[in-house]
Design a protein around this ligand. Structure first.
Ligand SMILES: [Zn+2]
Length: 247
């Protein structure tokens, strides 16, 4: 039995048995972890309200060699998501962030970068940033961290540097140069390409302050959606719901 104590962000919780919760949480050093919080559904639980999606916590748990699911011993709240949940769009955006990260984060491996992405994007929602900007940022960066986002600098077919306008070729699964994509590639508007660059370059706190129109963000998200569907074989459950609610 190995006791661990670490910072974590709760991704999802499920009711388990009569009084318990199964909790999926993300840690910087051990990636995604699943654990039982015994008695977490009873009235006087020692876990209080700390086991809510996207709560940032300090969590203590015990790993057993033979078991994939850890036993959660203690949870102390560092940052609750409560204020953002009073705003429907921010709340739906937060669920979407949790689903995205849950889909892409692995168990067992260090996940420092994706942890930091989730931490900073959640923080941005809590600070009242426009939800659509935050989710477009998270869409692009999760793909980037998963190694799924094709290069924005070099042609996906011949590796020549890309100019403007950017051309997207669904068959080549990426962006292509004028020569490779002359006849069939879709031309990406310069303001969309510029936003993709800005997302790569800036922390979310800075990107969220930029005045980007909803149309451009929707275009960025639909490109991200293409690469994600290609990789996963399906789209995330909350993608459509989110699009309806926050635009
Ligand atoms: Zn080329």
């Amino acid at each position: 039995m190995r006791p661990q104590r670490t910072e974590a962000i709760i991704l999802h919780t499920f009711p388990a048995r009569e009084r318990d919760k199964l909790v999926v949480f993300l840690t910087p050093d051990h990636g995604k972890v699943k654990g039982y919080a015994y008695g977490a559904r009873s009235m006087r639980t020692r876990f209080g309200a700390s086991l809510e999606p996207l709560a940032k916590v300090r969590i203590g748990y015990i790993e057993r060699e033979s078991d994939e699911v850890v036993r959660i011993e203690s949870v102390d709240l560092i940052r609750s998501l409560f204020p953002a949940q009073q705003n429907l769009a921010a709340s739906v955006a937060a669920s979407y962030l949790a689903e995205t990260v849950d889909t892409f984060a692995q168990s067992g491996d260090p996940a420092e970068l994706i942890y930091r992405l989730l931490d900073r994007t959640t923080e941005a929602l809590l600070e009242g940033s426009v939800p659509l900007r935050v989710v477009a940022y998270a869409d692009v960066w999760t793909l980037r961290l998963a190694g799924v986002l094709p290069s924005l600098r070099n042609c996906n077919s011949c590796d020549e540097p890309l100019g403007r306008p950017l051309r997207f070729d669904a068959q080549a699964h990426g962006f292509v140069c004028t020569r490779c994509g002359a006849d069939h590639a879709q031309v990406i508007a310069n303001d969309v390409a510029e936003v993709l660059d800005a997302i790569m370059r800036m922390p979310v706190s800075e990107f969220a302050l930029r005045d980007v129109t909803a149309d451009v963000l929707i275009e960025v998200r639909s490109l991200a959606s293409f690469f994600r569907r290609n990789f996963l074989g399906h789209e995330l459950k909350s993608f459509e719901m989110l699009t309806e609610l926050i635009t």
